[in-house]
Design a protein around this ligand. Structure first.
Ligand code: MLT
Length: 237
């Protein structure tokens, strides 16, 4: 197994022109898009439609009027949308489909659309991602760190690096080595998330409970898999 890591958004913008047809991508936006998606799926959301722009979200809503509209810009709910991007809001969506657009997380997912498989990862389900990768044993794995605006996000690199600890026998790129070394600086996920710029921003806004939620390690045996534009839950036995 070859494991590479896209550490930051400039690499993600190149994915559309990269042949990912024999690559399994795992997308991380730990604070908060992929944590919210995993939470939503665990709490019974039927599916999640990640889109890149507000216009696409509104177009999808026109096609799927029963769906909820979610997402954020600058961390806050988009005007007129049903949900923001808090994992706590995603706990209230049982049986519903959610169309969502976020600054980085949904863009990263869409950039991987040409991959052999696209999985939604978070700290919450890191063990499940590890198990499914071991079971599938794909030839190539790309861990995609969604980042924040144009920059690297520590919490995403931490999650990718921590996952790599389970694959020490694999063939790692230099980016993978950097991610792994980074994760070892913070043995506890909450410490990594609280040190990250995004974590500090959320703490400053009084959203400590959200950071703590997203830092729970491997508490859910589920992952999301995106197929034909929809992320659906896969529960491990
Ligand atoms: C994003 O997709 O950029 C983030 O999830 C932003 C956020 O924390 O809401």
């Amino acid at each position: 197994m070859n494991i590479d890591v896209a550490l930051e958004p400039s690499e993600i913008s190149q994915l559309a022109i990269r042949d990912l047809s024999r690559t399994t991508c795992v997308v991380f936006d730990v604070l908060r898009a992929t944590s919210s998606m995993v939470t939503g799926l665990v709490f019974g959301a039927e599916g999640i439609v990640p889109v890149s722009t507000i216009e696409e979200a509104l177009e999808q809503k026109r096609l799927q009027p029963q769906a909820l509209l979610g997402g954020e810009r600058y961390g806050e709910r988009i005007e007129g949308f049903d949900l923001g991007n808090s994992p706590f809001e995603y706990r209230q969506c049982q049986g519903r489909r959610i169309i969502t657009t976020t600054t980085n997380g949904t863009v990263a997912l869409r950039a991987c659309a040409g991959a052999e498989r696209v999985l939604v990862g978070a700290v919450l389900n890191l063990g499940a991602i590890s198990r499914v990768l071991r079971k599938m044993a794909p030839e190539n794995v790309l861990l995609v760190c969604a980042g924040t605006f144009e920059t690297l996000a520590l919490e995403d690199v931490w999650a990718a690096g921590r996952l790599l600890s389970d694959f020490e026998g694999a063939d790692w790129s230099d980016s993978a080595r950097v991610a792994h070394a980074t994760s070892r600086l913070w043995p506890e996920p909450l410490a990594a998330l609280a040190a990250a710029r995004n974590g500090r921003a959320l703490l400053a806004k009084g959203r400590q409970a959200e950071v703590e939620w997203c830092a729970q390690l491997s508490v859910y045996e589920v992952f999301g898999e995106m197929s034909q534009g929809v992320v659906r839950p896969v529960f491990l036995a």
